[in-house]
Design a protein. Structure first.
Length: 115
């Protein structure tokens, strides 16, 4: 269960990182589009947004590196375990397949009874 929640968290982080990248690009496009707006307040706002954008990009880069490092670490640990205990890995995979098979069969049986 913990591994599944870690995978979900990883997918969520990756989705968040991708969303922030899209937001960053949109903000950059907005800054370019409003470059012709004149005035001290507009210039100050652009500077603040650019500074905030730079901080966000730096934090995003760090977060992305962390996600990649954790994923690589998990992959290395899993690979090492499987190489050290191949029969245990086969037994675990067979057990999971068995449980999933029972679950799917029960679901199909229940759906067929409703029809």
């Amino acid at each position: 269960m913990s591994n599944n929640s870690n995978q979900n968290a990883s997918v969520t982080r990756e989705k968040f990182i991708e969303d922030v990248k899209v937001l960053t690009k949109d903000v950059q496009d907005l800054l370019k589009a409003t470059a012709s707006v004149v005035g001290d307040k507009a210039a100050e706002a652009r500077v603040k947004v650019e500074e905030s954008l730079k901080v966000a990009q730096d934090k995003l880069s760090v977060a992305q590196d962390n996600v990649k490092a954790r994923g690589q670490e998990a992959l290395t640990i899993t690979d090492g375990y499987v190489r050290d205990n191949p029969w245990n890995a086969v037994a675990i995979a067979a057990g999971i397949g068995f449980v999933l098979g029972i679950g799917f069969s029960a679901g199909a049986f229940l759906r067929s009874r409703r029809d």
